[in-house]
Write a protein that binds this ligand. Structure first.
Ligand SMILES: Nc1nc2c(ncn2[C@@H]2O[C@H](COP(=O)(O)OP(=O)(O)OP(=O)(O)O)[C@@H](O)[C@H]2O)c(=O)[nH]1
Ligand SMILES: [Mg+2]
Length: 238
């Protein structure tokens, strides 16, 4: 994915477990849980190395997974990091979960999320294709992102649980339309089957790497890269 100085990137999740971005508290899809993935990037002289205990990176990118509770953020992260599906009963992320340590908290963690937004380099915004509410809440999430995230944050919309064919209520075309409307790259994913998981993170990492190299001669086009990769592997469309 990108050049390593030492060990593999570290992953973590956090969850404020507060209301949806609309603040309306919408049933089962009412809580948010961003996760953070630090991706190691490229050598860049103007940027300091980042040390995290025993691990060193030339650049650590902060990528957050955001979206309603239950859309599959933790599962997507686990699938990407460990290559496995987190089966079993749904354990909602509470507070900040750094894989091993977990801080509990409900509404008061909202401010923590906003603080995380501020220095996030990329946001993977998820909805669940089997949950219409989570899709309807995307606009509110985008509003929140525009309010709290950096203006140039790398953003990608993901329709997760694409494997759940029978339960699907949001068509792929609906996701595509919404993404187009807001000018955000889009793809469907499945933490269960692994569909597009690697691609989603790789595409974001490539975009971040490109930006960090500050090479204006060649602009990386995230959506084009995603479409090309999908075509070349012949996969990834549910
Ligand atoms: N079929 C299917 N189920 C999934 C997928 N991803 C997650 N799930 C299920 O969805 C439920 C919620 O997944 P989580 O990853 O815990 O959801 P989350 O977004 O982290 O939720 P919070 O931490 O509460 O914000 C679990 O029961 C998972 O097994 C997927 O790709 N396909
Ligand atoms: Mg979670």
């Amino acid at each position: 994915m990108s050049r390593k100085k030492a060990a593999k990137g570290k992953a973590a999740t956090s969850s404020p477990s507060a209301g949806s971005p609309t603040g309306k508290g919408i049933g089962k899809a009412a809580r948010s849980s961003p996760g953070i993935v630090q991706m190691n990037g490229v050598v860049h002289p103007s940027r300091p190395s980042v040390s995290n205990s025993s691990e060193f990176y030339d650049i650590a990118f902060k990528v957050m997974l955001v979206g309603d509770s239950g859309v599959g953020k933790t599962c997507l992260l686990v699938r990407f990091k460990d290559g496995a599906f987190l089966a079993g009963s749904f354990i909602s992320t509470v507070g900040i979960d750094f894989r091993i340590w977990d801080t509990a908290g409900q509404e008061r963690f909202r401010s923590v999320t906003h603080a995380y937004y501020r220095d996030a380099h990329a946001l993977l915004l998820l909805y669940d294709v089997t949950n219409k509410t989570s899709f309807d809440n995307i606009q509110a999430w985008l509003t929140e992102i525009h309010e709290y995230a950096q203006q140039d944050v790398v953003l990608m919309l993901l329709g997760n649980k694409a494997d759940a064919t029978h339960e699907r209520v949001v068509k792929r075309e609906d996701g595509e339309r919404l993404a187009k409307e807001f000018g955000v790259p889009f793809m469907e994913t499945s933490a269960r089957s692994g569909l597009n998981v690697e691609l989603a993170f790789t595409a974001v990492a490539k975009e971040l790497k490109h930006r960090s190299m500050k090479d204006p001669s060649e602009k990386f086009k995230l959506q084009e890269y995603v479409s090309k990769e999908m075509k070349s592997t012949g996969c990834c469309r549910s």
